[in-house]
Design a protein around this ligand. Structure first.
Ligand code: SAM
Length: 295
């Protein structure tokens, strides 16, 4: 795939920023976790933040089961929203920086922060992470973020995650892939997701735009930036998607061909019978609900 024109990436970025800032102003907790019954301000704040604590506990246990110890150093939480994951992450690393494209999300995350300087938030309206030095983090986390942005943008961020990680650092990356049904995959390449859903008269319409990337392609992008996939857990996500949790180690190299390590197996052809590092079974399916503009 060739490099996209920078103007296209800028246009995509502006659209992403406007969408998220509007969502953050209208119904911020629902924008993050879109459970239908929690729409219109119905999330209880404590309950909302507790979902982040349990998610972080569970995912760091998964990371330890593959990598042994957690790496030292600060953690970058990319697409931090209200800091739901940033705050608990800060308790497991020397400090945490939550980065988001929405000024409204960042302001609300700062207001909700209970961990002082150990947990900070940063508005990043760029298609890169240029504000951060090479090798400045031990861990990167991104959850329910990349799936909502055009692929050219997320490809750039995947490379940036590897740049800002120090050698030996780890990244937990959640991403989606369109299901391995060949007709759907072909449609997905030529039509926007929402049109596919309409064509199929799919009853569960996605609340937000969704973008899928093949796991193998993500692996190639990461490898070209010095990352090695060391664990994958996959589960179906709604009817048309696969949800991947990918654990990536930053190697000392500056880019290589993908190498899969023992236990991190490629997906089976139907994309379902993954046994590598467990299945994903948590909150992501909540994205499938009524569209924001429908009742
Ligand atoms: C569904 S929320 C998830 C928030 C958080 N990761 C969590 O799980 O609680 C997605 C967040 O990603 C942010 N986001 C989307 N595109 C981004 C980008 N290009 N750079 C930084 N943040 C972005 C949005 O503003 C929003 O706060």
């Amino acid at each position: 795939m060739g490099e996209p024109h920078p103007a296209m990436v800028d246009k995509d970025l502006a659209g992403v920023r406007e969408t998220w800032d509007r969502l953050a102003s209208e119904d911020p907790m629902w924008a993050v976790l879109s459970r239908p019954e929690k729409r219109h301000g119905k999330w209880d704040e404590d309950e909302f933040f507790e979902t982040g604590e349990s998610f972080v506990e569970e995912k760091l246990a998964w990371v330890r089961s593959i990598a042994g110890e957690l790496p030292n150093g600060p953690v970058l939480d990319f697409g931090c929203g209200l800091g739901r994951l940033t705050q608990p992450l800060s308790q497991h690393f020397s400090s945490a920086v939550g980065v988001d494209i929405s000024a409204t999300m960042i302001a609300r995350a700062e207001a909700a922060n209970r961990h002082g300087d150990r947990c900070t938030f940063f508005l990043n309206e760029r298609s890169d992470l240029g504000a951060f030095d090479d090798a400045s983090f031990g861990f990167v986390c991104t959850h329910i973020v990349l799936q909502h942005m055009p692929l050219a943008l997320s490809a750039g961020y995947l490379r940036e995650f590897m740049r800002v990680l120090r050698p030996g650092g780890l990244a937990f990356i959640q991403m989606n892939e369109v299901t391995r049904n060949p007709v759907l995959r072909l449609l997905h390449r030529v039509l926007p997701t929402e049109q596919i859903h309409a064509l199929l008269k799919h009853r569960e319409r996605a609340a937000f735009s969704m973008y899928g990337r093949d796991l193998e392609e993500a692996e190639r992008i990461l490898a070209s930036a010095g990352g090695r996939v060391i664990g994958v857990a996959t589960a179906p996500y709604g009817r048309w998607w696969l949800n991947h949790h990918v654990l990536v180690e930053r190697t000392g190299d500056h880019g290589s061909s993908p190498t899969w390590v023992a236990g991190a197996r490629r997906p089976a052809p139907d994309g379902r019978s993954r046994e590598d590092h467990g299945a994903v079974a948590d909150e992501e399916d909540t994205v499938f609900g009524p569209r924001p503009d429908s009742s």
